[in-house]
Design a protein around this ligand. Sequence first.
Ligand code: NAP
Length: 230
Amino acid sequence: MPYALVTGANRGLGRETVRQLALKGFTVVLTSRSESGRAVAASFRRENLAVDFHQLDVADGQSIAELKEYLTERYDHLDVLVNNAGIHYDTFQNTLTADFAIVEEAIQVNTLGPWRLSKALLPLLRKSDNGRIVNVSSSSGSFADSWPGTPAYSLSKAALNMLTKKMAADLEETNVKVNAVCPGWVRTDMGGPEAPRSVAEGAASILWAALLPQDGPTGGFFRDGEVANW
Ligand SMILES: NC(=O)c1ccc[n+]([C@@H]2O[C@H](COP(=O)([O-])OP(=O)(O)OC[C@H]3O[C@@H](n4cnc5c(N)ncnc54)[C@H](OP(=O)(O)O)[C@@H]3O)[C@@H](O)[C@H]2O)c1
């Protein structure tokens, strides 16, 4: 039985990623920092999808420890970890006007959250024949492709890309692959209504990295299964 876990999955891309993984036959642990994810998981179960729920605030070490304990008791391994939770697309500021409370929270959630959670769940991922960590990043964290503004968000995603490379190298001799993906500009609360992509299209980019075969890449940055610029 393949098992997956998605963070920030009560809405947006995370919620759709849970749906697509469950449709592929995964039992998915839907996590969210608020209890709202519990009802979302229940609605998936009514569609006969195998979706469990556990609370997780990725910026809270105690919350990560409680999730780890729950998973270790209930599941003997984990195949896919999707680090999707993200915050503060800060178009309203630049480096000169930045509110450091926003900058610090962006780094806590977008960079240190995936790092802490991946580290905590590695014992379970190592027990999989096909462990996959997918870090949901963004072109705004790309040195080649970023744009003016969004300083906290871009910095946190650039650091997430570096984390991806470093962790992939540290896991090179194992069955665990680590990749970063950009879902494109997607119609969610973060992306806004003008974005050209649906959540289904954005989540497909995430699924590609979650379902990589054993000879697939690790330590890369991808969009729609194609190499993206760092
Ligand atoms: N939409 C785009 O165009 C786009 C483009 C590139 C990359 N991305 C990335 O895609 C991912 C998903 O974004 P989205 O568009 O689906 O955004 P969204 O609709 O704003 O959803 C963000 C999710 O992250 C959760 N979250 C925030 N802080 C958290 C924390 N401390 N612990 C756990 N969950 C937390 C939110 O939970 P609450 O409901 O509790 O706030 C929510 O579930 C993010 O990493 C984002 O940076 C999005």
